[in-house]
Design a protein around this ligand. Structure first.
Ligand SMILES: Nc1nc2c(c(=O)[nH]1)N[C@H]1C(S)=C(S)[C@@H](COP(=O)(O)O)O[C@H]1N2
Ligand SMILES: [Mo]
Length: 380
């Protein structure tokens, strides 16, 4: 008996929703979103994990820079989700093409499309789950998300190069390739695009408020609301979770290790000249909120220890273990007049969850580096 494998048959695709013009119209908006997401992602990565050659030159200004770029990173990533779904739906009949591979070029084109789709789906999926701090996978989020960003961007460049003739032919409404279809299919495409834009608008409006405070009251779908938390500021890791809930003020000391090492009690710190700074906490997960901090300038503490001007500083938390318990301040941050060892937040002493007795707050920095429960500074 002879077994015949029939070719996969596409359902009856007709009309304009699956044609090249629709794919181009959605694809270019998707491109805008992912390019913005990629560029702001690079900024985020450089500020959080700078390569050695850049680490000492990271700018500490503009003070709200990271808040803006990370807000855009998460917002453009979220906006890309409905765009990607619509784009994939528009082109999915191509999956059923027969013969599956017509030529070497065609085969490579399909392979690159597979890489593009796979990396795009994984990238947006891991990013979205990270906004909710949910990591149901065995790998390191940051490394994989970063590597996938490059993989996806490479596949996208290849895709645009291969499709350049199609994109050009279908760029504008009256393009040659789109005229052959019956006119009654016209409203179809407009309805689809309207629906896609409505979806983009809806997910943006209901999540952007987590960092863009004027939209705060529409912040229905974001995992965080910027106002919810002690002292009007969200908390990622509580003092209990970090194992530093019971700090005895009498026993607590700030140790500054350097050429002229010294120790200070909390009263000793309070007796030093206090400065104020209005700076945001901008979490990599996408929420951010500005607050009024006051405390001692890091550079005053460093001068007192005889630190050289270009020195980096290691910041050590009382928290044991945990990815953020030891961080470093490049000299650009350490010397900035806004960088504080903060003792007060919005007019009151830091609450335990915000890092009592002392935390770092510095301009243009990811939240993960704004170390809480600080008890030691080391001049490097
Ligand atoms: N020691 C320590 N500091 C920390 C963290 C932590 O887990 N441990 N979390 C960081 C993260 S991810 C962010 S976004 C900010 C959150 O600040 P908040 O909880 O005070 O609002 O603190 C940072 N400082
Ligand atoms: Mo964070």
């Amino acid at each position: 008996m002879k077994l015949r494998v029939p070719p996969l048959r596409p359902p009856g695709f007709s009309g304009r929703l699956h044609d090249a013009r629709t794919a181009t119209a959605i694809g270019r908006w998707l491109a805008v979103a992912v390019v913005l997401c990629f560029v702001t992602g690079l900024v985020s990565h450089c500020l959080q994990h700078p390569p050695a050659w850049l680490a000492d030159d990271l700018p500490s200004r503009p003070s709200g820079g990271y808040r803006l770029t990370q807000g855009l990173h998460v917002a453009s990533g979220i906006a890309a989700v409905p765009l990607l779904l619509a784009k994939m739906w528009t082109v999915y009949p191509r999956l059923f093409e027969w013969p599956a591979v017509r030529s070497v070029r065609h085969g490579l084109e399909r392979l690159s499309a597979a890489l593009l789709v796979a990396s795009a789906v994984l990238e947006l999926f891991t990013g979205l789950l990270n906004t909710a701090q949910w990591y149901p996978w065995p790998f390191d989020f940051v490394q994989v998300h970063y590597a996938l960003g490059w993989t996806f961007t490479g596949a996208l460049v290849l895709h645009i190069a291969l499709k350049a003739p199609d994109i050009k032919a279908h760029w504008s409404r009256g393009s040659a390739g789109t005229l052959a279809l019956p006119a009654e299919d016209g409203p179809n495409r407009r309805a689809l695009l309207t629906g896609v834009f409505a979806a983009v608008g809806a997910v943006t409006l209901t999540t952007a408020g987590q960092s863009f405070t004027p939209l705060g009251r529409f912040d229905l779908l974001a995992p965080r609301h910027p106002d919810h938390g002690p002292q009007g500021l969200p908390v990622n890791r509580t003092a209990v979770a970090a194992g530093v809930a019971a700090v005895s003020v009498e026993d607590w000391r700030l140790t500054v290790a350097g050429p002229r090492p010294y120790e200070l009690t909390l009263d000793g710190l309070r007796a030093m000249r206090q400065y104020e700074a209005t700076l945001p906490i901008a979490c990599v997960e996408g929420w951010s909120k500005s607050a009024d901090w006051s405390g001692v300038r890091i550079r005053d503490l460093l001068d007192r220890a005889g630190a050289p001007r270009g020195a980096r500083v290691r910041v050590v938390s009382m928290e044991r273990g945990g990815a953020y318990s030891v961080t470093e301040l490049a000299h650009t941050y350490a010397r900035d007049e806004l960088t504080l060892l903060a003792l007060r937040l919005n007019g009151r002493a830091l609450s335990p969850d915000h890092g009592f007795p002392a935390r770092i707050i510095a301009p243009n920095r990811p939240g993960v580096l704004q170390t809480k429960w600080v008890h030691r500074l080391e001049v490097l």
